[in-house]
Write a protein that binds this ligand. Structure first.
Ligand SMILES: *[C@@H]1O[C@H](CO)[C@@H](O)[C@H](O)[C@H]1NC(C)=O
Ligand SMILES: *[C@@H]1O[C@H](CO)[C@@H](O)[C@H](O)[C@H]1NC(C)=O
Ligand SMILES: *[C@@H]1O[C@H](CO)[C@@H](O)[C@H](O)[C@H]1NC(C)=O
Ligand SMILES: *[C@@H]1O[C@H](CO)[C@@H](O)[C@H](O)[C@H]1NC(C)=O
Ligand SMILES: *[C@@H]1O[C@H](CO)[C@@H](O)[C@H](O)[C@H]1NC(C)=O
Ligand SMILES: *[C@@H]1O[C@H](CO)[C@@H](O)[C@H](O)[C@H]1NC(C)=O
Ligand SMILES: *[C@@H]1O[C@H](CO)[C@@H](O)[C@H](O)[C@H]1NC(C)=O
Ligand SMILES: *[C@@H]1O[C@H](CO)[C@@H](O)[C@H](O)[C@H]1NC(C)=O
Ligand SMILES: *[C@@H]1O[C@H](CO)[C@@H](O)[C@H](O)[C@H]1NC(C)=O
Ligand SMILES: *[C@@H]1O[C@H](CO)[C@@H](O)[C@H](O)[C@H]1NC(C)=O
Ligand SMILES: *[C@@H]1O[C@H](CO)[C@@H](O)[C@H](O)[C@H]1NC(C)=O
Ligand SMILES: *[C@@H]1O[C@H](CO)[C@@H](O)[C@H](O)[C@H]1NC(C)=O
Length: 554
């Protein structure tokens, strides 16, 4: 703790106190009960038994106002271990409720229950919840809607209605088998059979025929983006929204004059840059206007179905332009508290790698008889057998993790050029330790060892500011001069550009253990993940409280 600088502490403690004081608990508690149970659903002409919450797919919507407490009792009635993550909720001093299995808690085992208890603080907009263990989030997910405090207006026209749209992927096969098979053979998992909007595949799959970042568009309608990851942004109009796994956004949609016998397709399909094959299908929903029930679709009339146009699968130019449009609102009511100086700097290479075949019969399905792997600074993270947060809280890290996550890659190379000859990653459960209230800068650099690819990196427990991004190798001498320290977008998930880098900053004002990982599920399975241990501060309200009594055991 010799790095604990009192000077830094003073300045940044201010913003913490400010945040805590503006976000006092409203006194309202919202109670939910999540029964994890199997349910049969039919998609692509095939009935399949899936893991659900309360038999619903997608699961129930959690609605709360900023400042409310949310209490969710999760009861596990299925054969799988389960845990639920409240994606994007800051969990200020409530890390025990964050949810990633083996990071903040042991899983909820069959027949057990756990009460997630947290307060929604200084956030407003849309987030989502999902399972955070193995691949169960394929079907275990639902929206979280955070409304402004009572009487506090939106910084844009009051919407008439809020409609959540949640994108997903659908496999005909059992997804736990899909990922287990991939990890055993070393190859890539089988691609999905469809994308979904609110759990439905839409009209393009013929209903019987046959993970990515998605382009989304609605025919003949312009959307106004007003919010990203539950933080207001400067509004901008667009026909197409780009959304990476783990991101959320609120858009305003203005209805048009009623057009009889016209329906507008809403379509989504991937933005994909990697060398691997991907599900290149398109999912769709339909937007229709009704004046009254009498005017509902008439069976005898032909309906004109208008189609939107979406960018090419690999349209990185569009993706870059879109990301650059996102700016914090940065108003006096909703300031952008961008850390102006840096206490801790990290340079993380992120990407895939190849490990030698370790299959007993010496046959692996990765390129050239290898096993696919993924890493940050060449560390391919291995899940521990007990939760990191418990080990940290009880000072029993020995044998669970080591506090030596490298701040820089083990050796320098042209990260986006020809890969070095031995790109194998080293397995380990290593974490990076941060003093309370440290201002942290992380540059995330994509590597092209297996092929350049965009990686949606998600940080738990924090929002970060996205200061800048670029292609090829980050240049520490030239690039920081171009950082936006005024109104950068503030969010919890950012796409590391394919063959490029992105720079983020956050203030480590939330004690606990916080997962950071690629939100492409298979990359997480392969090890593209790490954890930050943020130490307690000295004041009472800067310390992580003890664990709840019902915290699951391993
Ligand atoms: C799902 O379908 C299977 C086979 O038809 C049946 O045995 C099972 O009881 C059903 N499960 C539920 C939850 O309805
Ligand atoms: C939730 O946590 C708060 C604050 O720690 C506590 O006062 C409350 O009793 C908890 N509620 C439940 C249902 O556990
Ligand atoms: C994945 O695809 C391969 C090749 O088509 C097939 O043999 C295998 O059974 C599939 N795996 C699952 C879990 O469906
Ligand atoms: C050998 O391993 C490969 C990949 O792990 C697997 O597909 C194959 O079935 C195995 N063959 C035998 C004979 O075990
Ligand atoms: C929809 O947009 C297309 C292309 O911009 C245009 O040609 C068409 O007239 C529009 N139709 C309606 C019903 O708005
Ligand atoms: C989609 O992918 C399949 C292989 O999975 C390929 O045969 C097909 O040509 C692709 N379609 C488009 C439009 O790229
Ligand atoms: C609504 O339905 C009525 C009766 O069927 C019809 O006269 C009228 O034109 C319809 N209005 C629109 C806007 O389609
Ligand atoms: C359309 O057809 C369905 C059954 O095919 C029928 O139930 C419905 O009443 C019809 N609607 C109209 C507006 O004719
Ligand atoms: C995008 O894919 C097309 C083939 O579908 C290819 O011709 C083009 O070079 C690719 N563009 C980029 C920027 O990779
Ligand atoms: C596989 O091996 C061949 C021949 O040595 C080489 O040209 C190719 O680049 C290798 N592919 C990968 C993905 O390493
Ligand atoms: C890295 O390799 C790429 C592709 O070969 C090349 O365009 C780029 O100039 C190289 N960058 C550096 C810093 O050497
Ligand atoms: C469930 O979690 C417990 C505790 O970590 C572990 O011992 C057990 O093997 C897990 N069960 C399954 C089916 O993964």
């Amino acid at each position: 703790m010799n790095s604990h600088k009192p000077l830094v502490f003073l300045v940044t403690a201010l913003s913490l106190l400010l945040e805590l004081s503006v976000s006092k608990h409203s006194g309202v508690t919202r109670h939910y009960k999540f029964n994890i149970e199997m349910q049969n659903v039919t998609r692509l002409c095939q009935s399949k038994s899936i893991v659900t919450v309360n038999g619903q797919f997608p699961g129930p919507t959690i609605t709360a106002r900023e400042g409310d407490r949310v209490v969710v009792k999760v009861v596990n009635h299925v054969q799988y271990n389960v845990s639920i993550h409240w994606h994007g909720i800051r969990q200020l001093r409530s890390g025990w409720a964050d949810g990633p299995a083996y990071i903040t808690q042991c899983p909820i085992q069959t027949g057990q229950s756990y009460v997630y208890n947290f307060t929604v603080t200084a956030q407003r907009g849309t987030l989502f919840w999902h399972a955070h263990i193995s691949w169960l989030r394929v079907t275990l997910y639902g929206p979280i809607i955070v409304l402004p405090k009572k009487g506090v207006p939106y910084p844009f026209p009051q919407p008439y209605k809020e409609i959540p749209i949640i994108f997903g992927e659908w496999w005909k096969a059992d997804t736990e088998t899909v990922i287990n098979q991939a990890l055993q053979t070393g190859g890539a998992p089988n691609i999905s059979d469809a994308f979904t909007i609110n759990g439905l595949t839409g009209p393009f799959y013929n209903n019987c025929s046959a993970k990515d970042e998605l382009f989304f568009s609605i025919a003949n309608h312009t959307m106004t983006v007003v919010d990203a990851d539950a933080v207001y942004v400067k509004p901008f109009k667009t026909n197409i929204v780009l959304i990476t796994p783990g991101q959320t956004t609120n858009v305003l949609l203005k209805t048009k004059k009623h057009r009889p016998n016209t329906a507008f397709l809403m379509e989504a399909r991937p933005y994909a840059t990697g060398p691997a094959s991907f599900d290149n299908s398109t999912t769709a929903g339909i937007l229709e206007y009704h004046l009254s029930s009498n005017n509902a679709t008439n069976n005898n009339t032909k309906i004109a179905l208008l189609k939107p146009s979406l960018p090419k699968f690999n349209d990185t130019v569009f993706a870059t332009k879109f990301s650059k449009k996102l700016r914090s609102l940065a108003s006096s009511k909703f300031p952008a508290l961008v850390p102006q100086k840096v206490d801790r700097r990290f340079f993380f290479t992120v990407g895939l790698g190849l490990n030698p075949c370790s299959s007993p019969n010496k046959t692996c399905q990765g390129p050239n008889n290898t096993m696919l792997t993924a890493s940050i600074n060449n560390v391919s993270f291995v899940m521990p057998n007990t939760a990191l947060l418990q080990a940290h809280y009880s000072n029993q890290s020995k044998g669970v993790y080591t506090a030596d996550f490298p701040a820089n890659p083990p050796f320098k190379f042209n990260y986006t050029g020809n890969p070095p000859s031995n790109p194998a990653a080293a397995a380990g459960t290593r974490v990076a330790v941060l003093p309370f209230n440290a201002s942290v800068e992380v540059v995330l650099q994509d590597t092209s060892i297996v092929g350049a690819e965009s990686h949606p990196l998600h940080l738990h427990g924090y929002n970060f500011f996205v200061l800048g991004q670029g292609f090829e190798n980050f240049d520490p001498n030239k690039d920081p001069a171009k950082f936006n320290l005024v109104d950068p977008v503030e969010r919890n998930t950012v796409g590391v550009p394919s063959g490029g880098w992105v720079a983020i900053r956050f203030l480590a004002d939330n004690p606990g253990v916080w997962f950071m990982h690629c939100h492409l599920e298979v990359h997480t399975s392969w090890g593209l993940k790490m954890a930050w241990v943020v130490m307690d501060g000295i004041r009472r309200n800067q310390k992580l409280p003890p664990p709840p009594k019902d915290l699951p055991k391993c």
